[in-house]
Design a binder for this molecule. Structure first.
Ligand code: ITT
Length: 199
């Protein structure tokens, strides 16, 4: 089955490709494979709404079953920030590194037990069956007090799993893919496709 992974984020895309690689019944296409350069505004109020907006948009552009993801980091003591605004937290002008610095600054007065956070991945699939398909994965951990590691993307250098002391950016992509929020949401999504005999 041909599937479009509709994301403009290369960090996500690399992880998606490696995880889906295990399923030989699926051939993945990227936006650049299909020469789709358009971006869509994420006007939703929830991860689910934004994932659906992106999947609908790129399904209309491509005509092949399309998966989009809306993901982000929720920090409990910051009232769930950056949440759905994770990709543009602090304004569009900041890069990933500057956004991690902004978080470290906002968290500087919180001590260890109060630094809890989670990553969320919500996937929406359009074009697989009549209704949209949704799945969700969570990864719980805490915010470190400084950046560590060079792998991964986004907030990986400041996020650490509970009971560990090295950031996600210290893990290889394969190690991260064994446990990540994205891995969990993809596994659930594939289970639905298999249960409904779509793949
Ligand atoms: P697309 O919408 O095109 O997929 P995006 O980067 O805009 O790309 P999102 O709106 O879903 O994607 O924003 C997700 C942001 O959350 C992402 O840019 C990172 O800052 C952060 N994030 C999500 N998953 C992450 C992960 O596994 N590691 C680190 N940061 C992550």
């Amino acid at each position: 089955m041909n599937i479009l992974i509709a994301t403009t984020n290369n960090g996500k895309l690399n992880e998606f490709k490696k995880i889906f690689n295990f399923n030989k019944n699926i051939k993945l296409f990227t936006l650049s494979d299909l020469s789709i350069n358009d971006d869509v505004e994420e006007t939703g109020k929830t991860f689910e709404e934004n994932a659906a907006i992106k999947a609908d948009f790129y399904y209309r552009k491509s005509g092949i079953p399309t998966i989009s993801e809306d993901s982000g980091l929720e920090i409990f003591k910051l009232g769930g920030e950056p949440g759905i605004y994770s990709a543009r937290y602090g304004g569009e002008g900041l890069n990933d590194l500057e956004r991690t610095e902004l978080i470290l600054e906002k968290m500087k007065d919180f001590q260890t037990p109060y630094r809890g956070a989670q990553f969320i991945s919500v996937i929406c699939g359009v074009g697989f069956k009549k209704e949209k398909i949704f799945s969700k994965g969570l990864l719980k951990g805490y915010i470190l007090d400084k950046k560590q590691g060079l792998n991964g993307f986004g907030y990986d250098p400041i996020f650490c799993l509970n009971n560990e002391n090295l950031s996600l950016a210290c893990k290889s992509i394969d190690e991260k893919n064994q446990i990540s929020h994205r891995r969990k949401s993809i596994d659930k999504f594939l289970k639905i496709l298999i249960k409904d005999r779509i793949v």
